[in-house]
Write a protein that binds this ligand. Structure first.
Ligand SMILES: *Cc1c(COP(=O)(O)O)cnc(C)c1O
Length: 344
């Protein structure tokens, strides 16, 4: 099977496992794990932030971040298809009493004017007050789109005049950086809190991080424990991440190239499936709304042909390229697609 469901399906390489094997470890609940301590400093510095906290998932790092910015009964604004509102099972409402309002954006792409138009800071005693805005980069359900840095900077300027904070869901910020050339520090400079994932394109088996000020991170450390995610000898995981940061960032360009090649092949079958120029990173979103098939049916047809894809809606599915997807498999995919999709 050629597994293109997600970039989370990668397995640690022998070299990464060796780094894990050799890791110096300690009990992180006591702050004793030197490997994770060093990694937290490394990633905080990379994004120009004061401090960072390792978490088992990106959902948890998002949740720790937004709860530091938005009090119960207050409001977070985010895009309609963002991970925070669609894929974290209501965690912000369940655990933090956070209410959300959303704005829709084509391909998830940020235009600063959209959130600014619905923001209502200091809304008085009758209406919910907006406290923060979350931006996802790259945008997952938007098809791996890269947010324009000019819109991010504009939103930062205008929202800070309103006293609002900003959170970056940077699960795939690595892909955004490689595609745009914008530095991690510049991305970090526009946000109060940042969440990043190491278990996607970077190929680590587990791990995410939440970044912010010393005070916010210290407090998040308490909340992480309260959520039941205080961990012990996590240097083993941190060593894998350290290895991934050294070796697996620049190679993402290859994933992006392969995704573009798949998109071009799809558009040759029918240009209604996808506009290849919309594929900026490693996610290929396929629209089947012009056919009588559903995304679920097509996922099962593709599976019969040896390709695993992910359904994202009734008429939308996706391929995600990643480091375990080879050029040989790419060739096979290019052969299979006309057979599986040609008659739809
Ligand atoms: C994967 C992902 C996350 C975090 O997911 P976990 O499975 O909780 O690690 C957060 N945001 C986006 C945009 C993602 O794609």
């Amino acid at each position: 099977m050629i597994d293109l469901r997600s970039d989370t399906v990668t397995r640690p390489t022998p070299a990464m496992r060796e780094a894990m094997f050799a890791a110096e470890v300690g009990d992180d609940v006591y702050g004793d794990d030197l490997t994770v301590n060093k990694l937290q400093e490394r990633v905080a510095a990379l994004f120009g932030k004061e401090a960072a906290l390792f978490t088992p998932t990106g959902s948890l790092s998002n949740q720790l971040a937004i709860r530091s910015l938005v009090a119960p009964g207050e409001e977070l604004l985010t895009e309609t298809q963002s991970h925070i509102v669609r894929a974290e099972l209501g965690a912000g409402a369940v655990f933090s009493g956070i209410t959300t309002r959303t704005w829709p954006a084509k391909n998830g792409l940020l235009q600063a004017a959209d959130p600014l138009a619905i923001a209502s800071p200091d809304a008085g005693p009758y209406l919910v007050s907006t406290k923060a805005i979350a931006v996802e980069n790259t945008h997952n359900f938007g098809g791996g789109t890269v947010q324009p840095i000019s819109e991010i900077a504009l939103l930062r300027d205008e929202s800070s005049k309103l006293g609002l904070s900003m959170h970056l869901d940077g699960a795939r910020i690595w892909n955004a950086h490689v595609a745009s050339g914008v530095s991690f520090k510049e991305y970090g400079s526009h946000f109060d809190t940042v969440s990043v994932c190491f278990s996607k394109g970077l190929g680590a088996p587990v791990g995410s991080m939440m970044l912010g000020t010393h005070e916010v991170v210290e407090n998040a450390r308490r909340w992480r424990k309260r959520y039941g995610a205080g961990m012990r000898q996590i240097g083993i995981l941190a060593a894998a991440v350290d290895y991934a940061l050294d070796h697996n960032i620049e190679r993402l360009a290859q994933d992006h190239q392969r995704a573009r090649t798949i998109a071009e092949a799809l558009s040759r079958i029918s240009d209604a499936f996808i506009d290849p120029s919309s594929v900026q990173t490693n996610i290929v979103a396929i629209d089947v709304s012009h056919t009588s098939t559903s995304a679920g049916q097509l996922v099962s047809t593709l599976k019969d042909h040896g390709i695993l894809a992910g359904a994202m809606g009734s008429k939308l599915l996706r391929f995600v390229t990643h480091m375990d997807f080879t050029d040989k498999e790419l060739e096979q995919v290019l052969e299979i697609l006309p057979k599986a999709l040609g008659k739809l």
